[in-house]
Design a protein around this ligand. Structure first.
Ligand SMILES: [Zn+2]
Length: 232
């Protein structure tokens, strides 16, 4: 069904999170549920199939923006792939920009706390993908001609995967928000557990490195001492 001009205008305002009549900013849930505006009491709805129309429009915007982002990052990865290790920062910057342009827009529809934990979960996933991509850069660094096309494909595929995962996650969280479900244990527990694991691994590595250095120094001191005793 196509919307008439008036409804298109209303939908565009609703997509910005604003009342279709007075253009005041409204809470995301008010817009998603098509409830009445707090300021002018006009229902924040497109038409009878409000939720469907809004979801379709948001989904279409997400799809359009993601393909543009994947295309740009893929091309930039291909070009940067000729120089060793240049593709990793290109992918990181591209993904952070996509995070603002594609994901940030969708997370804005979630309630603040749920949105914050969703963002944390996605950032941790991004960190894992970044490390994997850095490892891939190291692997292909020795293959001069093939490294660029491989990294071009990899850059596009990684961002696509990340955006697909983000879309699935945000869609599920949005459904919970609309049901009025409280923040679930998995919603905050998974990212917090991952974050603590990450901090633990980093701290563990630092402590281990420090212990190895101490042991090395002690050993070296012992050798020097022993040699000192022998040498004139
Ligand atoms: Zn209003």
């Amino acid at each position: 069904m196509t919307l008439d001009r008036e409804n298109v205008h209303a939908r565009e305002l609703l997509l910005l999170g604003r009342c279709p009549a007075c253009a005041e900013l409204l809470p995301a849930l008010v817009v998603l549920r098509g409830e009445s505006c707090d300021h002018c009491a006009t229902p924040a709805r497109v038409d009878a199939r409000h939720e469907e129309a809004l979801t379709e429009a948001l989904s279409a915007r997400w799809t359009r923006r993601s393909w543009i982002a994947v295309g740009i990052v893929g091309m930039a990865s291909l070009m940067g792939g000729f120089v060793p290790f240049v593709q990793a920062p290109i992918l990181l910057v591209g993904t952070l920009l996509a995070q603002v342009w594609v994901i940030g827009d969708a997370i804005g529809w979630l309630s603040p706390l749920r949105g914050a934990f969703t963002r944390l979960t996605l950032n941790l996933l991004l960190a894992a993908l970044g490390v994997a991509d850095l490892a891939a850069n190291a692997l292909v660094a020795g293959i001069p001609l093939l490294s660029a096309p491989i990294l071009g494909l990899l850059g596009a595929a990684t961002l696509w995967l990340y955006l697909a995962a983000a879309r699935t996650l945000i869609r599920a969280r949005l459904a919970r928000d609309r049901e009025g479900a409280p923040l679930g244990v998995t919603e905050w527990g998974v990212p917090v557990a991952l974050l603590l694991t990450l901090v633990g691994v980093v701290l563990g590595a630092v402590v281990l490195a420090w212990a190895v250095i101490q042991a090395g120094e002690a050993l070296l001191g012992g050798i020097v001492h022993a040699l000192g005793g022998v040498l004139p």
